[in-house]
Design a protein around this ligand. Sequence first.
Ligand code: R5P
Length: 310
Amino acid sequence: MKILSGNSNKHLSEKISKYLKNRLVNSSIRKFADGEIYIEINENIRGNSIFLIQSISSPANDNLMELLLCIDALKRSSAKNITAVIPYFGYARQDRKVAPRTSISAKLVSNLITKAGADRIVTVDLHAGQIQGFFDIPVDNLFATPIFTRHIKRKIKNKNLICVAPDVGGVERARALGRKLNAELAIIDKRRSAPGKSLVMNVIGNVKGKICIIVDDLIDSGGTIVNATEALKKRGAKEVHVYVTHGVLSGDAVEKIKKSKIKNLVVTDTINISDRVKKVRNIEILSISNLLAEAIKRISNSTSVSDLFK
Ligand code: R5P
């Protein structure tokens, strides 16, 4: 078994490689003057099972293309099989036609990855679980919930907790966390007028005097989480803590979080987080590396991955 890293999140790949005591494959990923990506694998990988680690994070188009070209290079170098480990599966939000004449990017990206030659996908907290069905190859969708549960139990002593789904799509995720924490569930009725613009219409559930735990798959512009926090505070929430798997954090998201009433925002490192963000008072990073490394080990040994979540 060998591990190859793309450029999107070298830091995470190095941690995984350290955990598995298996060094990263020697490769060169360069760009031509016009921006085209050029991949070269500098060692023999014939007959090896390869785990290629690459998130489809910003710059999403470059990172996606790099992922596809790496798979192609591995296939053409006679790898025995290729597992695309995609900690953050970008382009997943467009998973259905939300209006006439729109595309379904999640399906197109799934087709591209399969066509390039991947034999299996490992990812974390897919935007919607049913995206697994866009692939005709095995998909292991890992969850950050156990990492969040341990952190909440260690850090938040007040037991008057309520888990909050910031929109209807997040209900299953919030309910799963609520079960582990023995906490109630509240749901925010969110509407979007345009991508990146969200509006809270209503809060379903009583949050008065409670410690609210908002859980979501990703934070992009920060609008969803900051608006949800405002709405919860207005309805008497004591504290708002936020747990999000993928810290996309685009535009002025970090500034919004700094200024908000969020007590603590916890994100994982499925996307590389800059040192500037790491220094923000109310943002904390938890690593997903051991979970991914353990999943890779189990896939490689053909043992159960779902046992990781029992
Ligand atoms: C939406 O369905 C997602 O789960 C996130 O809530 C959303 O994409 C976050 O975006 P933003 O931070 O831009 O509001």
